[in-house]
Ligand binder design. Sequence first.
Ligand code: TXA
Ligand code: MG
Length: 322
Amino acid sequence: MVQLFNMSHDYETGFDAALAALRSGGLVAVPTETVYGLGANATDDNAVEKIFQIKGRPGFNPLIAHVSGLQMAERYGVFDALSRSLAAAFWPGPLTLVVELKPHTNIASAVCAGLPTIALRQPRGTMAELASHLGAPIAAPSANTSGRLSPTRANHVLDDLGDGVDVVLDGGSCMIGVESTIIKVQEGNPTLLREGGIAAEDIEAFLGIPLLQGTDKPEVEAPGMLLAHYAPKLPIRLNAKSTKPDEALLAFGTTTSAGPKVRNLSVTGNIDEAARNLFAMLKELDATGATSIAVHPIPETGLGAAINDRLKRAAQSSENGS
Ligand code: TXA
Ligand code: MG
């Protein structure tokens, strides 16, 4: 049976239950500023294995290890001046750093899926606190069935994964709404592997140099970045200027369209608000019984790049019928 706690009423009970579950090899769903994560003790092979099982995630797709801070991160990853400065500037926050894995750590081998690197992130809030009390990183992918939309509310997790999770902490809607930005730091070079909750241009402004772009062989570089991902059930039609009969609409900015099959990411055209609403609104439209979902054009600026990345993958998945 899943134990559900509302974090605004029951913070301490929920926190203690999640910590107990992590200590005994269980799975917890915990909100982060980006999306809800499905967490296990990253040093417990059996617990990490459960994540792959319940998500139906292929074993070649590595997980992010969530840490309490840079000190814990440096027990597992090799940090240089560049990765350290990125962590100092953007942690806690929606930035994941992929760095060389240290030899002979106690990290469960499935976390890195056999790669010589490890993905590390200090999120804001509860997940990092839990890692601190556990004294170990928490391996956590987004708390959804592999290939499906990421959850930004506790009920998304319950609907998708239900009883497979031991403890669900309900912290309301996630503040950012798209997953973390992933940067790989290797030989002093920063490479953008995934657009996400921190705009690439903000990271470039901080570094004063452009980010390299990840290889176009994502199945090698970041397996989860395969194009067919983030699949709603309905087909998606991008950059739509108008809707067809029986089509649902995901709008952006002012529109005259209205009705039960219309959602607006941001009436005022605010890109951060659009990111927060993206996954929840896609799920709602997915359940309307429409023939497909038309999506207005979204500007590429700021979090728009991450939004368009997820929408492209969603459209690609539905074309593939996956
Ligand atoms: O915001 C987020 O990042 C959320 C929250 C829960 O932290 N997590 C998340 O995890 O989105 P997930 O598993 O859905 O996506 C993690 C991505 C995958 O694309 C995976 O392939 C990539 O990170 N990844 C993990 N370790 C890697 C590594 N060593 N090298 C390259 N990519 C890696
Ligand atoms: Mg995911």
